[in-house]
Design a protein around this ligand. Structure first.
Ligand SMILES: [Zn+2]
Length: 111
């Protein structure tokens, strides 16, 4: 059976933040903000983001630093458009197809 609906996750490197000491690497390393997001989708194309989390991560070993506030982090505009707003687009397309037909049928019933 073909999966029409589903969920998936991805992450985006938001770029360098600072150089700091990494416990795992045991030396100073560059840390980057990463945006991890979970999205639902229809036909793997039309999606909607349902969860976002920001992590400050060691670029070398990917150790996550969780004790920092998430302020100053950029918005989610870098998430691909169809993953952010695809579900809304899909609903608009379905309504654009169905509504004129329903109106035409309704008018035919009323005579
Ligand atoms: Zn590290």
């Amino acid at each position: 059976m073909i999966a029409v609906f589903g969920k998936a996750s991805d992450r985006i490197d938001l770029g360098y933040f600072e150089t700091r000491y990494c416990e795992k690497c045991q030396q100073k390393r560059p840390f980057h903000w990463f945006l991890h997001y979970l999205y639902i989708h229809i036909f793997f194309l039309f999606g909607a983001v349902v969860k976002k989390q920001y992590y400050l991560t060691c670029k070398n070993c990917e150790t996550i630093v969780s004790d920092l506030p998430m302020a100053d982090v950029v918005n989610s505009a870098r998430i691909p458009f169809l993953r952010r707003c695809g579900l809304i687009l899909w609903i608009i397309i379905i309504l654009a197809i169905l509504v004129p037909g329903l109106i035409k049928e309704y008018q035919a019933i009323l005579g």
